[in-house]
Design a protein around this ligand. Sequence first.
Ligand SMILES: Nc1nc2c(ncn2[C@@H]2O[C@H](COP(=O)(O)OP(=O)(O)OP(=O)(O)O)[C@@H](O)[C@H]2O)c(=O)[nH]1
Ligand SMILES: [Mg+2]
Ligand SMILES: [Zn+2]
Length: 294
Amino acid sequence: MVSHGASARVRFDDGTEVLARAAGRNLQFVCGDEVVCTGDGQHAQWQVSEVSVRRSALYRSNARGRAELVAANLTLLVVVVAPRPEPDLFLVDRYLAAAASSSIGALLLANKAELGFTPGARAEMAALAATGCAALQCSAASGLGLDELRLRLRAETVMLVGQSGVGKSSLLRALVPGAQAAVGILLKSDEGRHTTSAAHLYTLPDGGALIDSPGVRDFAPAPEALDARTLGFAEVAALAPQCRFADCQHLQEPHCAVRAAVDMGTMSARRYESYRRLRRLRDQLLSRLPPGRR
Ligand SMILES: Nc1nc2c(ncn2[C@@H]2O[C@H](COP(=O)(O)OP(=O)(O)OP(=O)(O)O)[C@@H](O)[C@H]2O)c(=O)[nH]1
Ligand SMILES: [Mg+2]
Ligand SMILES: [Zn+2]
């Protein structure tokens, strides 16, 4: 289903779609939710009366630290980057952290590969791949890598996320024939222009579903949804058992295996800086929540 505020477009198993409203104020649903609809088809007055238990939930934080649901039942978060606009790898890290903390798979997708990434961007992406993050290169424009991408997305419930202008809607149109997603033009400033305004779920031809989402400048994972010990950083999770203290936050503590790995160069210094920033962000957001929620 696709939601626009209190109303949503709901697709039934037979492929027909209806517009439906929430039956009650407390009923919250987002793109990817499975819902029960009631109503009479004749007057097209459909109501969402029930939301099925979610197999996964991706949350972001609002300015007050509260969790806002972004998408439900995702199995794979595809974080799209491109040579232009210049990749924001800290944003990539925060998406990967949120996915890992919510048991959602992740794929780093390097689109517009035919334009060529800078050596610096290539090195950072290789460092991410070394942490175990799945990565693929493709080009929505030239078709490069799209067959492999189709195979990878088969039977998954996927959301494409990333900065504006990286080519999410272009990828959607390449993957879902007939999909009518707006594709924008990059501004000269390389800032990208927001062309997709609401999340929308499409059925993939080989099975599975794909959600296109609006480009973002920033993404703050909901503090309560982040794994408190590792923040969803794969290499931190792997190293943490070797830290002296079981509750090591990998900041100032002595005999910290994470800091040792950074010193030895086996963990990327940029990733560690990203980890520290996310710790600070999480602490700030938690401090804004009412005391009972922290
Ligand atoms: N050279 C090149 N350009 C591409 C490729 N994929 C997309 N583009 C172009 O990049 C621009 C932005 O593409 P969109 O698909 O609208 O980007 P988006 O990520 O959906 O952007 P938002 O909806 O604003 O978040 C368009 O001009 C596309 O034609 C690619 O593989 N190579
Ligand atoms: Mg778009
Ligand atoms: Zn540590």
